[in-house]
Each structure stands twice: as C-alpha cells, then as structure tokens.
Design a protein around this ligand. Sequence first.
Ligand code: FA5
Length: 352
Amino acid sequence: MTNNNQNTLEKLKEEARSALAECESLASLEEWRINYLGRRGAISTVMGSLGGLDQDSRRTLGKASNDLKILLQDEYDDKVQEVSVSQNAENQVTGIDVTLPGRNPPQGSFHPTTLIVREIAAAFAPMGFRVVEGPEVELDTYNFQKLNIPADHPARDMWNSLWVDYPNDPDLRPFLLRTHTSPMQIRVMEQETPPIRVIVPGKAFRYEATDATHEWQFTQIEGLAIDKGIGFADLKGTLDAFAKSIFGETRKTRFRCDFFPFVEPGAEMSIDCFKCDGEGCRVCSHTGWIEILGAGMVHPEVLRGVGYDPNIYSGFAFGMGAERIAMLRQGIDDIRHFYANDLRFLKQFSQQ
Ligand code: FA5
C-alpha cells in the first residue's frame, strides 16, 4: 500500500467522522450515509480504484477500506440511535406522539333552541308565514302601550320588566329588555300593509326567579296574520296544523279563554298529552292536556293604533315559548340546562 493511498483513507476517515458529528437529524444522517457509505459514496469510490494497483497493495488497501467502511457503519448506527432518542424526547416534551392517529378538530353544532325555532318556522312556512326579527331592547310604547297596556295598567304585572335605566335622569325610562315578542306585531303592522303573515322568533327577558320551567332570558315565537275576513276558525285551523306538524298527526288541540290585553277574544291552546294520549301522567300533571301557547284575535284598539280600520281588517296573533316546546319534544326536565353552557347537555342535540 502506498503512502499516498494510506493518506487518502486517513483523510477520508477524518472528514467522514467530522461530518457525522455535525449531523443532528435523521434526514442529515441519511444524506451522510449516501455520501460516504452509499453505492456511489466515497468508500465505494476508493474501492473501485483498487483495480490499477499491484496485488499486495490491492489486498492491503482493500482490507483497510473495508475496515474503514465497517467502522463508519458502526459509528453511523450509533449516531442514528442517539438522534432518534433525542428527537423522541423532544416530541414528548411538546406533547407530540407521531405514532398516534390525528385528532379531529371539534365541530360545532346547533343549539337545541335554534333547532326548535327552525323546526317551528318550517311548520308555519307552508301556510305562508315568513320569518322576521326585531329589537331585543324595546320602547315602552311598543312593549306595552301600543299593545293596549297603558302605563299603570295592572296587566303590566303579568310581565316583570327589566328596565334600561338612565342614572342621570331617573324620569327618562322608555327602554326595557322586551318582555315578549308581541311588540313586533306593532312594528310589522306599522311597516307593512295587509295581507300579513309573519313568525317572529327572538329573545324575551323577564325579571323573575328561575326554576325548572322559568328562565329570566328565554325565546318566544310570535305569530301574526292580518287580512280581510280572518276569523277565529283561521286561528284554530292554523294552530291545529302547527301542533300536528310538531307533535304528531294524531294530536288533538283544545282552546280555552285567556286574557291578554292586545287580543279579543283571547285563548290558550293545549294539546292532548303525547306521552299518555290524554290518560293523565307526570308530563301533563295528570290532566291529560299540556298548555302550549297564548293566542287571540288582534284587538280592534291595537288595529286602530297602527292605522288599520278594524271594520276592514282583522287577524290573529299567538305567542309561545320555544324552550318549553323543545322540553316537551325532547323530554328535557329543566329549562336551566339550555343556557348553562354544559356541552354534555348541548351535544345530545347536535345535528349538522
Ligand atoms: C305572552 O308573552 C304573550 N305575548 C303571548 C301572546 C302573543 C298572547 C300573542 C296572545 C297573542 P305569556 O306571558 O303567557 O304570554 O308567555 C308566552 C309563553 O312564553 C309561555 O307560554 C311560555 O311558554 C313562555 N314563557 C313565559 N315566561 C317564561 C319564562 N320565564 N321562561 C321560559 N318561558 C317562558
């Protein structure tokens, strides 16, 4: 073996080892392997050049090249092991386990109130009712006065109000969080001319203690139909069709007198209990009937107030609590679940 050849191998060994020391990732190690140990790498090149040497030199240099290849292969294997271990440790610190299957990003779904509001709106749509929305902060005029509930009228006691206060002027208190969606009856009639058929879903607010069936913020769905020649039979037919669509084709409805200052006559509608078919059970408090909504023929005073002639136009209005309908439909026993932000509850109704 010539000195020259020996020097070449020594240089190659040094160069390969210092390059290996600099490798810090599996990718750079693979690159190193190709450069030095690969089929066209540096060691193979030296071995390929042995052909021109005499037999002795060929044998000596061949053995030296082979020894170097084995040495570098060993050092390479050790380094791969070392880099893998440190990369795994790094991944564990950052919480990444590349062997686990990917996690699905959490997907939102509709709130049970949204679902029931959509379902109710869809039940009225084939009867020509479109959806409109209105302000949640309302004027006293719309929430009460134009609905035939003047200031100091005892009927105001039916709706415990949350007033928006003006600390600098305690007399100026025209705003409140609307106690029902009925003010939208007035706003729609003021803006439109009959025929009118609207559904108004939205939030309502009442200053009252919460319990299993009462929230201080809940959702109402108002309905209003105004035209020439609308009578109580239209009210009954429309609401009966709605009840059958939401609670089942075999449902019976019952109308009984009720008082709301903005309708005359006024009524409450009940359905026969879908749980016991009217036999009497816990759901219907053993009466066989479940009260669903308040309704009535729009009061002539209210029609006059918005400039409609009650001798020409008539109509009906109704209002229901969306959460209470959802509770009946889904067997939910406490309205407070709706807004407690508990995903265990909300996920039960998820529907994309
Ligand atoms: C009204 O609010 C009338 N505006 C309904 C109406 C409209 C009558 C048009 C006639 C014509 P009432 O206060 O009964 O009525 O409320 C209607 C529905 O809202 C109730 O049947 C109930 O389902 C729901 N509701 C009332 N208060 C609460 C509450 N605190 N928490 C949850 N739901 C409630």
